[in-house]
Design a protein. Structure first.
Lengths: 296, 322
């Protein structure tokens, strides 16, 4: 118990990071699963969400004001996602789609740093959640527990929608076999656009919620993108359960790794990804039948 | 280009590159050296992306391995330029072997994701590792010498010629590989991995060998970079550099060797030239170049993502028509 006791704060931090990474990565994973589009502007969408927090929240912030900022980030993310969906659908080749989103990411990064400056901006946690609580003899920031709770909640809601509703069935069908969904008379581009928009909205909300923990600064978009990519590679493409598992693993590797071996944290992250690629090249929990038709 | 005119044009380009130091000042010449190093990096991306159909964003990692190795060797061991090149290429090839053994288990867009992670993780590693100066970069690299006891190569012309030699050697390797049986197998991986496997070729081995050769070329490019700049920092390994390299390959026509090299030179020149007018907006400009390139580009990269065929309805026609 001695080790656990010493590292309980790191482990909790790992879960808080995992919750944020889940929110960011799940969109990337589903967009890839449904559309085969690698959205390299995904990190920029998250950073935009964080800067929404910088713009709207200042000083002491009430819960209502924080909720408004969350909704604003979600709305902006939705719009950005829809725009990205339209743009990428006008390009057929997958490599060029990736390059297009990369270009958009570079533009967005530059615009954001022009508007908000190159300094690290902080986002306040809402009143009532900005304190700490006593846990297992340690004090721990309440806001991070809140983030973990939000991550779990959204994960459960997404899972239920995807696995138990008609809409979810449609999305899963689009992941499995887009041509067949088209043949049944469903406009798959609408499904794809919707998934893209909601995925981007979640990414923006994730960025905003990350604000009080990580702040907002240029370069954070690449970090978000990198971590989300590793989450998706580890967890498997196109599945919510995979994104959860990947996020938890990456969250722990990042925080425990940084706490134990600060200089070699990126080795550890690569090591985790390498191990998964070695044992399960498709990721730990990929979507069932994912891309079976597209890759035959 | 007419078949008869091709050798003439190539010879002309070679002569111009050789005598360039007699006609241009030191600063443009140093830019030319960097373009040569960058062009070799682009060649290594092209070997994977164009020839083998594996779109890679990881080459910057092996470029960095070569560059940092050359710097460390120069500081701690010897200023001999050949030792630096050899050590840089060796370390880069080893790094490519270890990471590539995992990366080439995937293909298509997933390969792109994994290589992006490799590149960016290397960037972060260089940024945190105190052995290589962490975020300050590796400074104080002494000027290189050609032979033990020789005078240091301080003139820009010498480091330019060295970059030209390394580039030419790398180009020769790339041409030889692409014309060899290995090169044919690499095209086979791009066009149809299953068919290649059916005729008894091990696609995994072909992909891995291609990855290691490309890594070695990127490492050589890195050593040429260090010899010229005598300073290497994590900023040189930024994500945007791999992105420009990949864009150059796509712009120049993946699979040909000359096209991407020319595109690399063009992209770097345009970026440096225009950024003189819009200082501080390098990334913005680069992003705009990307978006314009994607939309204005003729559909000339069929087969780059051979796995993508048969995806969306309609894409089959669009891609195989090219």
């Amino acid at each position: 118990m001695g080790w656990l006791d010493a590292n309980v704060v790191s482990i909790l931090n790992g879960f808080a990071l995992a919750a944020l990474l889940f929110l960011i990565a799940v969109g990337l994973s589903l967009v890839f699963g449904t559309m085969d589009v690698l959205n390299l502007a995904h990190g920029a969408v998250s950073l935009t969400g964080a800067y929404v927090g910088v713009a709207l929240l200042d000083g002491s912030v009430g819960g209502g004001q924080f909720a408004v900022a969350v909704l604003a980030a979600a709305a902006i993310g939705l719009l950005l996602g829809a725009a990205l969906a339209v743009l990428t659908q006008s390009v057929t080749n997958h490599l060029r789609q990736a390059l297009l989103t990369l270009g958009i990411a570079l533009i967005a990064g530059d615009v954001l740093s022009q508007v908000f400056g190159a300094d690290v901006e902080s986002v306040p946690a809402p009143l009532g959640l900005d304190g700490s609580i006593e846990m297992l003899g340690k004090t721990y920031p309440l806001y991070r527990l809140f983030v973990i709770g939000v991550g779990v909640l959204i994960g459960v809601v997404l899972y239920v929608i995807l696995e138990r509703t008609q809409t979810g069935a449609l999305i899963r069908a689009t992941v499995a076999d887009r041509t067949m969904v088209e043949a049944m008379g469903v406009r798959s581009s609408l499904v794809l656009g919707g998934v893209f928009g909601i995925g981007a909205a979640l990414a923006a909300v994730g960025g905003l919620l990350a604000g009080p923990i990580l702040g907002a600064q240029p370069g954070l978009d690449t970090t978000f993108l990198l971590l989300a990519l590793v989450v998706v590679v580890i967890g498997g493409l196109g599945s919510i359960r995979g994104a959860v598992l990947g996020a938890v693993l990456v969250g722990q590797v990042q925080t425990l790794g940084v706490a134990l071996l600060p200089e070699l944290a990126s080795f550890l992250l690569f090591g985790a990804m390498a191990l998964v690629l070695l044992l399960r090249p498709a990721g730990l929990l990929p979507a069932r039948n994912s891309g079976a038709a597209a890759h035959s | 280009m007419r078949a008869a005119a091709k050798p003439l044009v190539m010879a002309g380009v070679a002569v111009v590159l050789l005598v360039l130091p007699f006609f241009v000042a030191s600063y443009p010449l140093s830019i030319a050296s960097r373009i040569l190093a960058f062009a070799l990096l682009v060649l290594s991306v092209d070997l994977l992306t164009g020839l083998t159909g594996l779109p890679s964003l990881a080459q910057i990692a092996y470029f960095g391995a070569g560059a940092y190795t050359a710097g460390l060797v120069s500081i701690h061991v010897t200023s001999n330029i050949f030792v630096q090149l050899g050590a840089g290429v060796l370390v880069a090839a080893l790094a490519a072997l270890v990471t590539g053994a995992l990366a080439v288990r995937t293909s298509g867009i997933v390969f792109l994701m994994v290589t992006l992670a490799i590149g960016e993780l290397t960037h972060q590693l260089a940024d945190g590792l105190s052995l290589v100066g962490a975020s300050n970069g590796l400074a104080g690299i002494p000027a290189s010498t050609l032979y033990p006891g020789g005078s240091p190569l301080l003139l820009t012309a010498y480091t330019y010629w060295w970059a030209l030699i390394v580039f030419a050697a790398g180009l020769a390797v790339a041409v030889l590989v692409s014309r060899s049986p290995l090169g044919r197998s690499m095209r086979g991986v791009r066009e149809s991995p299953t068919r290649l496997a059916a005729v008894g070729q091990r696609t995994y081995v072909v992909k891995l060998v291609a990855f290691v050769v490309a890594g070695a070329l990127a490492g050589a490019a890195g050593t040429a970079w260090t010899v010229q700049t005598r300073f290497i920092s994590p900023g040189d390994l930024a994500f945007s550099v791999s992105a420009i390299a990949l864009l150059s390959v796509v712009l120049g026509g993946a699979g040909t060797l000359w096209g991407p090299v020319l595109a690399a030179a063009a992209v770097v020149l345009v970026r440096d030239w225009v950024s003189g007018y819009v200082a501080g907006h390098g990334e913005l400009l680069l992003g705009i170049i990307f978006v314009i390139a994607v939309f204005a580009l003729p559909r000339g990269i069929a087969g780059v993502m051979s796995r993508s065929r048969g995806g969306r309805p309609g894409s089959i026609v669009a891609e195989s028509a090219t």
